[in-house]
Design a protein around this ligand. Structure first.
Ligand code: GAL
Length: 395
């Protein structure tokens, strides 16, 4: 039996529900509720985790990535909620009983409101607060932990929150975006050293969203130049900063972009048209070969083991998911065969969930959630994934 990690991923705010001490809860109340978007009970995974893990087991998963919600552990600064810690111990115990390896994320987009009010990761003085929290929570859960992701998608987080103004704290300043990124790199490095000192066996990384950029017009020098710029700026700059503090690379792969330089004098001097035709419910392009290109590229540059920490499609009718998983695994195992050290594949997501500012409209789950009564039902593609897990695990 191979020890390749196969499974799915979630994040606390998106599935658990009742995250009332977080900055997101507050943001939803103030802003998103105008569009009737509130996370509320989310997928009620807080209460139904046992059922969800039984289903994961039934579907052949041996790994599960999830995040621990800091706002639930420390709802007010300095006040620890030990019931919440016990909850996560039960979660980890349940996974252990089922022989499902946990990969635990410490920061997946949502923050305690009190931390956000102090300026979050924009304020350098706050970084040690996160490091102390990370030390505390990983000590508490020590007996269960092997894999830790410090930060989920730092570039996406900073981009949406400090440049696009879509997520809290809704800033739109390039300099702030870059500053938060520098601080997140610092906080990762510090956390890495502190956690490794206490427990050298931990395998620590971040989950990095990397994208395939291709020139819209192959022969255009400007398109090609922009591709180089995006590859550096989006895919590699952050990883370069922290490269000495990574035990593996967590890769979240979703996007394929064609890059086109336009000479208009407007602020938008480039654009991202989608060149082919398979699109998810969120209009994202499905491009399974991208996982091959991305893993080859990461291997060439960093020579570190890779775990796919997220990859999936919003597909409420379950029309694309099956072929997408099939083709993605073909490409992934081709890269593996060619020498890339790939250790796992985690599909986003185990269950339908709250897709940030898109609310519940995007359905990413291998398992469908009926939000009227929280009933779970396995989608047909999840069974295909199950067979593929069997096939690839016996190789
Ligand atoms: C990732 C993110 C997840 C989930 C997913 C699907 O960027 O880490 O939280 O939202 O995208 O959009």
């Amino acid at each position: 039996m191979s020890d390749f990690l196969f499974g799915a991923a979630t994040s606390a705010h998106q599935v658990e529900g009742d995250n009332r001490f977080s900055d997101w809860w507050d943001f939803e109340k103030r802003v998103l509720s105008r569009k009737k978007i509130r996370s509320g009970k989310a997928s009620n995974h807080w209460e139904l985790f046992e059922e969800d893990f039984k289903l994961a087991k039934e579907l052949g998963h041996n790994c599960f990535r999830f995040s621990i919600e800091w706002a639930k552990i420390e709802p007010q600064e300095g006040q620890i909620d030990f019931d919440a810690i016990n909850h996560y111990k039960e979660v980890l115990e349940s996974l252990k009983e089922k022989n499902i390896t946990p990969i635990v994320t410490l920061f997946h987009f949502s923050l305690p409101k009190w931390f956000a009010q102090k300026g979050g990761f924009l304020n350098k003085k706050n970084l040690h607060i996160f490091v102390d929290y990370a030390k505390f929570i990983t000590d508490e859960l020590k007996q269960y932990l092997e894999y830790v992701i410090t930060i989920n998608e730092p570039v996406v987080y900073s981009y949406q929150s400090y440049l696009q103004g879509k997520w809290p704290p809704q800033k739109k300043k390039y300099l702030l975006y870059k500053k938060v990124l520098r601080n997140l790199a610092k906080v990762h490095i510090k956390t890495y050293h502190v956690l490794k000192n206490r427990n050298p066996k931990l395998k620590i990384s971040i989950a990095k969203n990397n994208q395939v950029f291709e020139p819209a017009r192959k022969g255009s020098p400007m398109d090609n130049l922009l591709v180089k710029y995006f590859e550096y700026d989006w895919n590699h700059q952050f990883l370069n900063r922290i490269r000495k503090c990574l035990d593996f690379i967590g890769l979240n792969y979703y996007f394929y972009r064609a890059v086109k330089f336009t000479s208009s004098l407007s602020k938008k001097f480039y654009q991202f048209p989608y060149p082919t035709c398979r699109k998810t419910d969120m209009d994202w392009e499905v491009y399974p070969k991208g996982i091959y290109l991305m893993t080859k590229d990461l291997w060439k540059k960093y020579k570190l083991p890779i775990i796919i920490t997220e990859n999936g499609v919003a597909d409420s009718k379950d029309k694309l998911r099956e072929s997408m998983i099939k083709e993605t695994l073909q490409w992934l195992f081709k890269a593996k065969k060619e020498g890339v050290d790939i250790r796992g594949y985690l599909h986003w997501s185990l269950i339908d969930n709250f897709e940030w500012d898109s609310g519940f409209s995007a359905e990413f789950g291998l398992i469908k959630v009926d939000y009227e009564n929280f009933a779970r039902s396995i989608r047909p593609s999840a069974l295909v994934y199950k067979d593929l897990i069997k096939k690839y695990s016996s190789k």
